[in-house]
Design a protein. Structure first.
Length: 93
């Protein structure tokens, strides 16, 4: 193994931030790490400001505000080359 899980996560986060730099993603966070053969599958979650929705005032809960839905991506990092080789959508469970 060339990479530790921590190193693979750092690479995946940096790569994802770079790819989505024009979209100003927020709240980037680690969701899941999996070693699958020679590839690290790193699931990352984040929010996009343009997807935010207002929550109308609720008389029952007294809550109002903004919801920022999460987007989940699986970033695959090759353990040997230490490069990102794939990104795919991950549906929220």
């Amino acid at each position: 193994m060339s990479l530790s899980a921590k190193q693979a996560v750092r690479l995946a986060k940096a790569w994802l931030e770079d790819q989505f730099s024009d979209e100003q993603i927020e709240n980037l966070g680690l969701e899941e790490v999996r070693l699958n053969g020679d590839a690290w599958e790193i699931t990352l979650g984040f929010s996009r400001a343009w997807e935010a929705r207002d929550i109308p005032y609720s008389a029952i809960t007294g809550i109002t505000g903004v919801i920022k839905p999460r987007t989940y991506k699986v970033v695959v990092v090759d353990d040997n080359s230490e490069h990102v080789v794939q990104m795919r959508n991950r549906e929220a469970a």
